[in-house]
Design a protein around this ligand. Structure first.
Ligand SMILES: Nc1ncnc2c1ncn2[C@@H]1O[C@H](COP(=O)(O)OP(=O)(O)O)[C@@H](O)[C@H]1O
Ligand SMILES: [Mg+2]
Length: 363
């Protein structure tokens, strides 16, 4: 009883306003059947709004949604038939696990035998066979979330929408469920749109990421593309480029820039038009190399060294006063002097006046 599959889901400049505020602006994206897409961004950037517009729970303020050549943005949620998984599970409390999972099939008037077979299969997939007759309140958070997932996928919907499904779980369970969801996706090939504010989750699970800021798309790309070539400073800040260092621009040419400060001279690759006197160098802590080769060597003094097993996470001061963070296997201690180098291709240079990611404030 599989729902009709599609080869392309096309969002054409979809938007949603609340009063004066645009919660989502002109999102355009073509999703291939079977793809796993992550919508990534901090709280309030419009992820849930986008998902609810897709589900049909919120009408669009502009744009259109197409499943192949069929326009669906005017259809009510039940006519779209997408599977939804919410952060708070939203299970039916008075129904057993099995009844919760069977719900979508019952609504679709699936014959009894087929319903039983499908439910058994999905309960096995999410490892809930032994919990079938319990009520949701008798399950742990992780088990409840697995029921919610089973309920959303049991009728093999053309599209599965997941809104921060793991954010109420503890760290260890979150990691395990990540792998499970990815595994389910690989075995069932259900087209999935997964909302998260966690870049690691997005990078590890998705085929492509859509990074949002204030309702506006910042970058769409594969995990590799977004991680290695963040389109702007905001995306870089979100992708773990913890060092965001503002320097004077000495020169720029052919996609390269040389940045300076007292006792510091760094060359890097430019992203966007760097035509201001100041620019920001975005560098990941793991891209600094202690005693690495020139160019881009800087003398630093160690201020904090945190033990992280094989590596130390070090906070150190550059001659011009900037604090930097780097990882090293060397056993450094506060007060030590060290020379760190960073390959020019790992120094990403952005205009200084670009907006920052919220994470930058933490670093
Ligand atoms: N029902 C609503 N009424 C008014 N404003 C809303 C409503 N839902 C969301 N918003 C606003 O739209 C923006 C995006 O919200 P949301 O899509 O929930 O973000 P996210 O899921 O990324 O945290 C926020 O500024 C939020 O306050
Ligand atoms: Mg949300």
């Amino acid at each position: 009883m599989r729902e009709q599959r599609f080869s392309e889901l096309r969002l054409d400049r979809i938007g949603r306003n609340f009063g004066e505020q645009a919660a989502l602006s002109e999102l355009s994206l073509t999703i291939r059947g079977g793809e796993f897409i992550a919508l990534l961004g901090p709280s309030g950037c419009g992820k849930s709004t986008a998902l609810n517009c897709l589900a049909g729970l919120l009408p669009l303020s502009g744009g259109s949604i197409w499943l192949d050549d069929k326009q669906i943005d005017g259809l009510p949620p039940e006519a779209r038939g997408f599977g939804m998984v919410f952060q708070n599970y939203a299970l039916f409390p008075h129904m057993t696990v099995r009844e919760n999972v069977a719900f979508g099939l019952r609504m679709r008037k699936t014959p009894k035998d087929e319903m039983a077979t499908r439910v058994d299969e999905v309960m096995r997939l999410v490892r809930l066979e032994d919990q079938a007759n319990k009520l949701p309140s008798q399950l742990s958070g992780g088990q409840q979330q697995r029921v919610a997932i089973a309920r959303a996928i049991v009728y093999e919907p053309p599209l599965v929408l997941m809104d921060e499904p793991l954010s109420n779980l503890d760290a260890q369970l979150r990691l395990a469920m990540r792998t499970e969801i990815r595994h389910l996706h690989q075995s069932l090939k259900l087209t999935t749109i997964y909302v998260t504010h966690d870049q690691e989750e997005a990078l590890s699970m998705a085929d492509r990421l859509v990074v949002l800021r204030d309702g506006v798309v910042q970058q769409i790309g594969t995990p590799d593309e977004v991680y290695d070539h963040p389109a702007n400073r905001y995306v870089a800040g979100f992708m773990g480029y913890r060092n965001m260092l503002t320097f004077d621009v000495e020169s720029t040419a052919a996609g390269r820039a040389v940045l300076t400060a007292e006792g510091v001279r760094l060359s890097g690759r430019t992203f966007g038009a760097v035509n201001t006197s100041k620019a920001v160098a975005a560098i990941r802590p793991e891209d600094f190399v202690v005693d690495g080769p020139p160019p881009n060597r800087v003398e630093v003094s160690v201020e904090v060294a945190e033990y992280h097993g094989r590596e130390m996470l070090v906070e150190a001061r550059m001659p011009d006063g900037h604090a930097i963070y780097f990882r090293t296997e060397k056993r450094l201690a506060p007060g030590d002097k060290a020379t760190v180098a960073v390959p020019p291709e790992r120094v990403l240079v952005y205009p200084a006046d670009e907006p920052a990611a919220p994470q930058e404030a933490v670093a």
